[in-house]
Design a binder for this molecule. Structure first.
Ligand code: ZN
Length: 182
């Protein structure tokens, strides 16, 4: 499913496989023109599972608060963990450098699984949320958390969603510091 995110001065078009396009706004360009432009790009990329967009929709977390860009970066799986773009001074890290087995170094592993961040996860309250999601896969727990949903799939409050953004930011900082120091 495709959705449009209006984020700061930039429009990202994303789906569950990540950010597809980034559109920088130009003065005088209407949303219909942008929509047509995105649809032309979708058609040109020959992506049979992706339908053309019919409208842009503002996501629930998109309003003026400090953690909007953090939430957006985790939602599109490009949060700066060193798996896609190297962290300064390090090679690209496609696998977790802290685990003995070759787990992918990705958002689900860092936020939900990696034992090296267990203490941080506990301290920030992520563990108690994940415990409430007993029986769910790590992917599902992660999706609920970054999309601002509780264990039943209901929206959490704006304050709670912002707090999740802060937690994601702290988890990312702890991760980056840990692998830079190791
Ligand atoms: Zn790990």
């Amino acid at each position: 499913m495709i959705l449009g995110l209006v984020h700061m001065q930039t429009t990202y078009v994303s789906c569950d496989v990540g950010c597809l396009f980034m559109i920088l706004p130009q003065v005088g360009i209407t949303s219909t023109v942008i929509l047509n432009n995105v649809n032309e790009q979708i058609v040109s990329k020959s992506l049979p599972c992706i339908e053309p967009l019919t409208c842009f929709r503002k996501e629930k977390y998109v309003y003026s608060h400090k953690h909007m860009s953090t939430i957006a970066s985790f939602r599109v799986a490009n949060s700066g963990l060193g798996n896609k773009i190297p962290i300064q001074g390090l090679p690209r890290l496609p696998f977790c450098p802290k685990c003995r087995f070759p787990f992918p170094n990705d958002e689900v592993h860092v936020i939900v699984q990696c034992t090296s961040l267990a203490g941080m996860r506990e301290m920030l309250g992520l563990s108690s949320f994940f415990n409430e999601c007993k029986g769910y896969s790590s992917d599902k727990m992660y999706i609920l958390y970054v999309n601002g949903l509780d264990e039943y799939g209901n929206w959490v409050s704006s304050e709670d969603y912002e707090a999740r953004g802060l937690n994601l930011s702290k988890m990312r900082s702890a991760w980056v510091s840990m692998i830079q120091d190791s």
